[in-house]
Design a binder for this molecule. Structure first.
Ligand code: BGC
Length: 420
């Protein structure tokens, strides 16, 4: 056996080299992928692990956006019973690594040249003090607007809105035709998903970065932020009165079934349209949220690997990490998940037009400096700051008595710790 294949055997749980069952182990994986499209994507992964004889144990905590999952994960790790892997994203990876509970994937990463096959912005987030502790599986674009083609046609909306004047004109027509103009699920992470797309569309990516990522006080109290809050609140007038607490996928179903015209949501929503047998460009459309076609809010799902006792468990975990970065998995999983492969240089011929646009725009915005991390999806702020921002924005969305200035003060209060 060559040195190269011997090394690969080490972290791939020997299963690549020996009879599968001999070296098989169990992986317990924390995730929150329970909707139709998500479950189909995760089934691809389970199938691939099973092919090598490994047993997959779901540690599923329902709740879109993963907040519930993170709370349960904390309890489990504190009790000394960590899973093999958990879907943890952005700065939260660093928070977990600081607790010294994650395992280093550096040997595999350097041998498999992860630095060369990953965009730098992603690779940096996977590392703690320069060492890989997590594996990315995809790039989700968050600043999308989904639309039901038949509803738009019936309402007489011929073109997709490129700015908020066009958006509200279209929404008026959809409402007048008897449909819900905007399907929205009233949960704080969904509120923030809409809010960050509005800030991006109203004030642009440089402002987004200053205000929402750097929490710059001048930006947070600026006229651009006021304008964004006004547009955000105006959108609420186009949602239905049963929105509060509704799950994102149930909300997407309203667009799929032709009850609603639009939904602001990341491209995991596409996974739902596809799982329902719909075709992009025909039954539904994906377009950048108004005013954001030259920008891109990215959200990278990644699995952090926890320190485990026991050789079999470690080998199964090693194989999972190896598999996740592989071309085969990256293609099959992302075809279902609605996202694009995070691995560079992957062929996109099997992907639909939405994914091709996303892939092209990811590269273009990365070159032009208009690629920004999604705050709503945990790619920019610490968990504490993110929670505080979410709650400020949701309070404003839910309580019509709060003024734009009230919301500005709440946002400014979140920025205070960063000013020290
Ligand atoms: C995750 C996606 C997931 C979505 C809905 C996002 O934050 O990155 O993988 O599908 O939330 O739960």
């Amino acid at each position: 056996m060559s040195l190269q294949s011997s090394l690969r055997c080490l972290w791939a749980g020997m299963a690549l080299c020996a009879g599968a069952s001999l070296w098989a182990g169990e992986v317990e994986v924390l995730h929150y992928w329970t909707s139709g499209g998500e479950a189909k994507s995760v089934a691809e992964l389970k199938g691939m692990m099973a092919q090598r004889g490994h047993t997959w144990r779901d540690f599923t905590v329902t709740g879109g956006g993963g907040q519930n999952a993170m709370a349960v994960l904390k309890q489990r790790v504190l009790a000394g019973n960590a899973p093999a892997a958990a879907n943890i994203k952005g700065p939260a990876i660093q928070e977990w690594a600081e607790l010294n509970v994650l395992t280093s994937l550096d040997a595999m990463a350097s041998f498999e040249r992860w630095d060369e096959v990953l965009p730098k912005v992603v690779a940096d987030q996977m590392k703690y003090k320069g060492r890989y502790v997590a594996v990315p599986v995809n790039v989700h674009r968050v600043n999308w607007l989904w639309a039901n083609s038949a509803v738009l046609k019936k309402a007489g909306v011929a073109t997709l809105p490129k700015n908020y004047d066009e958006f509200f004109a279209a929404a008026d027509k959809i409402k007048a035709a008897g449909f819900v103009a905007v399907a929205h699920g009233g949960q704080d992470w969904q509120d923030f998903t809409v809010f960050e797309s509005v800030v991006l569309g109203v004030a642009g990516p440089a402002f987004y970065d200053k205000a929402l990522v750097k929490l710059d006080r001048a930006a947070l109290s600026s006229d651009e932020m006021k304008k964004s809050l006004e547009v955000f609140r105006r959108i609420k007038g186009y949602t239905d009165d049963k929105s509060l607490g509704r799950d994102w996928n149930v909300t997407t179903e309203m667009v799929i079934n032709g009850k609603a015209g639009f939904q602001f949501m990341g491209d995991w929503a596409k996974g739902e349209f596809l799982a329902a047998g719909q075709t992009p460009g025909k039954d539904f459309t994906c377009s950048a949220a108004p005013g954001t076609d030259k920008a891109y809010t990215f959200n990278v799902d990644s699995f952090a690997m926890f320190q485990l006792k026991g050789w079999e468990a470690q080998k199964a975990q090693g194989y999972l990490a190896y598999l996740l970065m592989g071309k085969d998995f990256q293609e099959k999983f992302n075809l279902r998940k609605g996202s694009i492969p995070v691995r560079l240089g992957m062929p996109m011929d099997k992907f639909d037009e939405c994914a091709k646009t996303s892939s092209k725009d990811f590269v273009a915005t990365s070159a032009s400096g208009t690629l920004v991390p999604s705050v709503a999806h945990g790619m920019a702020l610490s968990s504490a700051q993110q929670a505080a921002m979410r709650s400020a924005v949701s309070e404003f969305w839910n309580n019509d008595k709060l003024t734009v200035n009230d919301a500005l003060s709440k946002l400014l209060a979140v920025s205070a710790p960063k000013q020290k």
